[in-house]
Design a binder for this molecule. Sequence first.
Ligand code: NAP
Length: 517
Amino acid sequence: MRLQSYLLDQWMPGEGPTRDLVNPATEEVIAQTTTAGIDFAAALHHARTVGGPALRAMTFAERGGLLKAMSRALYAKREELITLSSRCNGATRGDSKFDIDGATGTLSHYAYIGKTMGDARFTIDGEAEKLSSGARYVGQHVRLPRPGVAVHINAFNFPAWGTFEKIATAILAGMPVVTKPATATSPLTYRMVQILIEEGVVPAGVLGFIAGPAGDLLDHLGPQDCVAFTGSADTAARLRAGPGILERSARINVEADSLNAAVLGPDVGVGDDVWYTFIRNIVKDMTQKTGQKCTAVRRVFVPEAIAGEVVEALVDELSRITVGDPTVSGVDMGPVATAAQLRDCRAGMALLSEVAEIKCGGPDAVSGVGAPEGKGYYIAPTLLFAANAREASVVHRHEVFGPCATVLAYSGEATEAAELVAMGQGCLVSSVYGSDKAWMSDFLMSAACWNGRVVVCSKKVADQTLPPGMVLPNQVHGGPGRAGGGEELGGVRGLDLYTNRTAIQGDRGLLKKILGA
Ligand code: NAP
């Protein structure tokens, strides 16, 4: 497969030598790509001047209709996309569905929001407020779409969902998009964009796609552009220092890495319903997408009195996981996505093992079931244990972006649990298991502000609690501090990144006629 970028409403192969992209299950080359020679300045200008005006002329309902059509076109090719995802990205069928259905589901959710927002083209923010002694002179806040381009840069782990959850919010807000998936897993995104173009779903200038390195793309950001970035904290720091952001104030939203926590409260006993949900969620988080989920749990805090039982139960579940080529029947977990990713995971596990004991798995090479001898980027689900949570400081600093978590013992006090969660310096999501109201209140009041989302699993909802790693379009996704300080999704809240709030002061009657508020 020779990938191409789609910019200026045309496919562009790039020039010169290409980079090989490989199937991480077998190391076979599956695609080549390059972006050399592509004029990114022209691509951004085209989106701003052709796609932007077209979208801003549409009502929310019409933009919602466009998202619905995108969702339908992709859903019609669901089986093809699932097969491609397994072939290109080492994802099991379940992992592929998680990514692809997440994409179509989020498009569909925002299509519905668009429908409910009706014939407006922008949003009114709050009531008009009287600004003088008379009733006539008022101030009214509005949110108008930014007349720029939304540049989306995504991590390798969700080439479908990551791309389309961002596209859904930007398009509904009224901004055209240029999207760049991580190069390593871009074949799936390429095919999805190709489907949309083949089906003629997207109006001119509304969607651009980059199949490969971003080159000088971000140097051309203007004052009304914005960047939604998902990836590592290191790359985020580099992007934040770019001239478009520092000098021209293009807006940036960052979704970075995170040492997500799961906390077991002291009232949960072995064999309770809450216990089973706790164990199930941790195993799911560690093994789904081979642990390559920004929301996967990395630190598991358990009262010291029950730590042995927790480790035993998790080791028992994890040792049943079959690692191998995801296209082979019976395989539960595929490889990590790239050779670099495998190197990082192995080095990270070795680092954690300096302060925590490996209870199962570990950094050694494993061969994948059904994979050619010595091929594929396989690693075992790995659980570590540290008896003193506070002293295992590297566990609170270093993210192993793979199937790896550390169980850390604590006293059982809510305040200590909250302090330990905060040692991660900001998480996307944490989950907490327990039904004691006073304990839960103490925990939440201290710990919630260190997280973008907190999943509380208590007795009465133990059978309904969704795995914390699952991001929902109507709940915010993002987190403070180390997690990037960003926020995406959350229903209509997700449109904020793509709109400017302006306070308009003037004659109430005139403003009412113009704004319809
Ligand atoms: P990464 O190396 O930071 O790359 C992320 C994206 O940035 C890729 O598309 C990459 O493109 C691009 N990029 C790199 N340098 C760039 C530059 N100078 N200008 C413009 N774009 C540039 O991260 P990754 O390895 O793909 O993803 C793993 C990390 O992402 C983990 O740390 C994980 O925690 C984090 N993550 C966070 C979330 C979240 O929602 N918070 C979700 C998923 C992953 P190339 O591929 O072409 O280099």
